[in-house]
Design a protein around this ligand. Structure first.
Ligand code: SF4
Ligand code: SF4
Length: 417
């Protein structure tokens, strides 16, 4: 019997494999479901769930991968890699699977968050940056009020997060559009977060001349170093006002301080890739290896959403620094490529998985907006979590953002080609 069935299964599996490899995910899943239904108890199919689940996971179709990986894990519960991928594909317990959008009147699906499984509190402890990158609102948008978050306010924010976070162990990122290492009391803030039971994530351009030793001694859990060009000229173009020599010296100092203090800070280089610096990736990778830091090349993109929307609407003034031609993908082409690939009923991850707090304690709609019109008009301390969420979902900018496909949506199970 097995001998008769196996060629059929092999042929069907070969077809499913070919579909997955060609990006015909919807067809592949339909064929796999059919095969599974007709041969449900066939021992030759034990690897089908795993193969389909792994392929969908690799393609970023996490929500669709979940049931396949769950079935595979039931058969191979000892496989820790499989378990980790399955965990990534599950919606965290703190997130409701669906949400009513009061603006569009639709039920929205929530996909597993790609930025991490923890609910995120983004706290911009410094209200500006020392650089003026043209792809960032600090460099391309009208200035907004500057300042440092007061430790007393930070302490109240921590206490409120502890009391009402939907996730018992949320992620705390102490930056958004500001350079956190400019804060003269950053080590104290890190210590306060630790005392309250939170780890912290920092992102820095490392163009600083003071205070690095105390920050590393405070043992932040994660330190992202944002880097772009790897020659002084190309660096200063994308990290405007930046000094590459200072950054490189500080990177070595970070390594020395981590070793000196014996702290377990996870350091990684967020390498912003432009057309003009792509050839430098191996050099940065070699430096990262030498220093024991992780290296993540990331295609540079243009922010904030307000300027991106202006650009998509044809406003050339949206890019005063002229950086868009150097992006790996023009935002208009990116938006066109996204057409049909996003789940049309997906909720935006930046809306359901994070709360964003400015340096003065006021609330922003999400981490990707900058203009005063896209703040929530209240302080984090004055609204409870439900009211903050209600204001986010009622904000009209999300509808504009979604219609332009600028939002953070889950992928649709479609045949890509
Ligand atoms: S270093 Fe970061 S925050 Fe500062 S201007 Fe550049 S992109 Fe913006
Ligand atoms: S829909 Fe757009 S503006 Fe609204 S939270 Fe998502 S990314 Fe931000």
């Amino acid at each position: 019997m097995m001998r008769a069935i196996l060629p059929i299964i092999d042929r069907m599996w070969n077809e499913i494999s070919a579909m997955l490899a060609a990006g015909r995910f919807r067809s592949a899943v339909a064929a796999a479901e059919q095969l599974q239904a007709t041969r449900r108890f066939d021992p030759a199919l034990v690897t089908l769930s795993r193969r389909v689940g792994e392929a969908l996971h690799a393609a970023g179709l996490w929500r669709d991968a979940e049931p396949w990986l769950a079935a595979a894990l039931a058969l191979e519960p000892w496989d820790t890699g499989l378990a980790a991928r399955h965990e990534q594909c599950r919606l965290p317990a703190w997130a409701a699977p669906e949400w009513h959008d009061p603006v569009s009147g639709r039920r929205l699906r929530r996909h597993p968050p790609r930025e991490g499984r923890a609910y995120s509190y983004t706290i911009d402890v410094v209200g500006t940056c020392n650089l003026r990158c043209p792809s960032c609102p600090v460099g391309n948008s009208p200035a907004r009020p500057r300042g440092f978050m007061a430790p007393a306010l930070f302490g109240q924010i921590l206490a409120k997060i502890r009391a009402e976070s939907p996730d018992p162990q949320p992620r705390l990122t102490l930056y958004n559009w500001g350079e956190p290492l400019l804060h003269p009391e950053l080590p104290r803030l890190i210590g306060m977060a630790h005392d309250a039971g939170f780890g912290v994530q920092l992102s820095t351009n490392l163009n600083i001349r003071h205070g690095l030793a105390a920050v590393i001694a405070a043992a932040p859990e994660e330190l992202k170093i944002s880097l772009s060009g790897f020659t002084p000229e190309s660096y200063a173009r994308s990290h405007r006002r930046g000094d590459l020599a200072l950054v490189l010296a500080n990177m070595r100092e970070v390594r020395r301080l981590i070793d000196h203090h014996g702290v377990a800070t996870n350091v990684w280089i967020g390498h912003h890739i432009y057309r003009s610096n792509r050839a430098q990736i191996p050099e940065v990778a070699a430096l990262a290896r030498e220093l024991g830091f992780a290296h993540h090349p990331i295609d540079a993109f243009f922010m904030p959403l307000e300027r991106l929307g202006d650009y998509l609407d044809g406003d050339a003034a949206a890019d005063p620094g002229g950086i868009i031609p150097d992006l790996p993908l023009d935002p208009r082409h990116r938006q066109a490529a996204l057409a049909g690939q996003q789940d049309p009923d997906s909720d935006c991850e930046l809306r359901f998985a994070q709360t964003v707090i400015n340096h003065d304690g006021s609330l922003a709609l999400c981490c990707s907006v900058y203009d005063p019109t896209n703040m929530l008009g209240a302080s984090f301390l004055d609204l409870d979590h439900q009211e903050i969420e209600r204001r986010r979902y009622a904000h009209p900018f999300c509808d504009q953002c979604t219609q332009r496909r600028m939002h953070y949506a889950g992928r649709a199970l479609i045949d890509v080609t």
